[in-house]
Design a protein around this ligand. Structure first.
Ligand SMILES: [Fe+2]
Length: 158
């Protein structure tokens, strides 16, 4: 039996990668839904600014959700797609009824940290598998989100 899949990667290593990507996908979906909640529920003098910022963020997260799910399929896996699975797999917990801007931004910083750490772990796996496709995707996300951390934390500083 062939040990390589159709894109020339080791099947077992691709399986490990797609499992980790599924774990990441669950966190993206929790973060996505949390960000929608913030977009809807935020109140106060920064409403117009944050309402728009959160929309920009969840739109970006939704794109990544699709890219991660389709990378899982490309590697031969099946993306998690039910809320039950997301809830039981993700590290990010649902946040409810947050209307304070600073509190909301802090939850975003926490979620970004979770994603960045998981994506760095994935880089080790993709390097080991010689999977440049996943590697490049994770690198792009990390660089982009590290910059977001700088921006969102600047918002919290006086
Ligand atoms: Fe809206």
């Amino acid at each position: 039996m062939a040990t390589k899949n159709q894109i020339g990667l080791d099947k077992a290593k691709s399986k490990t990668l797609s499992n980790s990507l599924n774990n990441l996908l669950a966190d993206y979906m929790m973060f996505y839904q949390n960000t929608r909640g913030l977009h809807w529920n935020i109140k106060g003098e920064k409403f117009f600014e944050l309402h728009l910022k959160f929309e920009e963020l969840y739109t970006n997260l939704l794109l990544k959700v699709d890219e991660v799910a389709e990378r899982i399929l490309t590697l031969g896996g099946t993306p998690l797609h039910t809320f039950d699975d997301y809830q039981s797999t993700a590290k990010i917990r649902s946040i409810k009824d947050v209307s304070d801007g600073k509190k909301g931004v802090q939850t975003i910083l926490d979620a970004l940290e979770t994603l960045i750490v998981k994506q760095r772990e994935l880089l080790n796996l993709s390097a080991d598998a010689g999977d440049e496709g996943t590697n490049a995707l994770m690198s792009d996300y990390i660089r982009e989100q590290e910059k977001l951390v700088w921006m969102y934390s600047s918002f919290l500083k006086k």
